[in-house]
Each structure stands twice: as structure tokens, then as C-alpha cells.
Design a protein around this ligand. Sequence first.
Ligand code: KIV
Length: 304
Amino acid sequence: MSTPPRHEQPQDAPRRPVTLTKLAEMRALGEPIVMVTAYDHPSAKAVEAAGVDIVLVGDSAANNVLGYTDTVPVTVDELLMLTAAVRRGLRTPLLVGDLPFGSYEASDEQAIQTAHRFVKEAGCDAVKLEGSPERARAIVRAGVPVMGHVGLTPQTATALGGYRAQGRTAQRALDVTRDALDLQDAGCFSIVFEAIPAAVADAIMERMEVPVIGIGAGASTDGQVLVFHDLLGIYDGHSPRFAKRFASVKEEMVAGVRAYAEEVRAGTFPAAEHTYSIDPDELERYRATLVPPAGIAWGPGEEM
Ligand code: KIV
């Protein structure tokens, strides 16, 4: 029988909480960083069990769980409630809360106040915002780590010409590069690149010193992020090309509920094993106390 080397960690050693330092080390070592969104307690428990590094309670909760058509209407209070539920389901990954549209752009004071709510009320380790290097700088100075977001920024998609890839001309690629460098200079600990050509991401990566998480930005970023409902196929409508589906959970959900409905309608559910019993003497005593329906006289052992 072989003896394992003494420095090896046991397979079931608990994972340590992911810190900003750990993320920087992963980048330095070339270890891919895995980030995913979650919006409630069960999804938090699932991504915790799957061993991801960063969990984002994205403002994409707007479309994925709240039924809005885009991310613009979702409020701070709506996201705080979802984020607090995710916090209660997580032990290990870094938890990032997404500042919704209209909650940080007006002033540094507004940005700091909103960021502090995500930390104090929902237990976030960090917050994310789209663009806005000045606000990012103010929040970092107020003691909250900030993740930036460049490229396709859905909160301002209308101004960007819709939900489409960004940085596809030399000028627009330069704009995205500048946005990323400005957020890095502002002190962001990490930046999301969304929907930009892989070649543009490659060029920006040469200038980045913080972990970059890509979504539709090719393979050269330090990590990847996908939306929970996209990757699991809970959302099964039209998705952007980068939203690879790794499971078909919606189909499973519909099949499960349909099977339940069929059994209820066929009278095969609930069966005896889903039903509670009562001691026959107790049942007898109980029935003796009941006034029988008009015209019916109950005797021992009779059906009610
Ligand atoms: O809200 C969100 O889900 C996001 C990710 C796509 C990065 O911002």
C-alpha cells in the first residue's frame, strides 16, 4: 500500500474562503478563475457545492428571476433581498453584489452609500459597477472592493446601440481599452470584459495587472463568468453566442411538474407511503367527539 506524501491535503479538506489576494495569486499562477451568477439560496448552495471562485448576484436577476425585460428597472432593495439570500447559502466563494442602474451614477456620495448597503445589509465582499471609473475610485476609497465592467454594459445598452458586441472598430476597441485601463487605475480589484472580440481582449490583457473575467471575450482572460440560468438551460430562449448551455434544467423542471400533475389527475399521488397514520384508538376517540353529518350515524370502524 502506498503512503501519500505528507504535504498533500486530504481530498475532503474544506476549501478556504476566496479572497482578493487568492484571486491575484490565481492570476499570477495562470489558474483559471470561475465566476457564475446566483440569485437565491438554492442556487447559492449549488454553486458553492460546485466549487466556484466568485459568485455575482448580477442585476441580470432582473430578467432571470424578476421577469423584467432588461436590467434597467431592478432596484437596490430587490437586489439586496436576493443577495442576502445568496449570502446565507455561501461559505467559500467571494460574493460580489451588482449595483443597479441609477444607484451610483449621480454622485460619489450616492455610490458610496449604495455600496455600503450591499456590504452591511447583504454581506457582500465586493460590489460591481458598469463603467464609471470616478465612482469606482470613490467606493474603493470608502473601503469597498470594486469589480469593474467594460465592453457590452447592459445598463447602458441603448446608448451602445443595443445588445451587441463592442470594440469591433479600431476606435471602439480603443474606447474599450481606455475604459478598462481607467477602471484599473481607479483601483478595481478585477474587471469583467463582456462581448468584445477575442483579439481585442488579447491586446488589452497585455496591459492589465488585475484579474480579468471574460464573458464573450475569448480565452485569454484570467477567468470566465456565465449566467446561472443560461449555463443550466433554465432560460431556454434566445441567448448570445457566448452563453454555452451545459445542462437542460428547464426541460427537467417541466417534465417533473408535468409528471406530478399527471399523477394527481390519475389519483396515483399521494400513495400510502406519502400519507401519515394515526393510532386506531386515537382515531376512534377523535371520531367519537365529532358530530356526524346530518342523517349519518357513525359506528366503530365506519368510514368518515
Ligand atoms: O448581471 C450580470 O449577470 C453580469 C454578468 C454578465 C457579468 O453583469
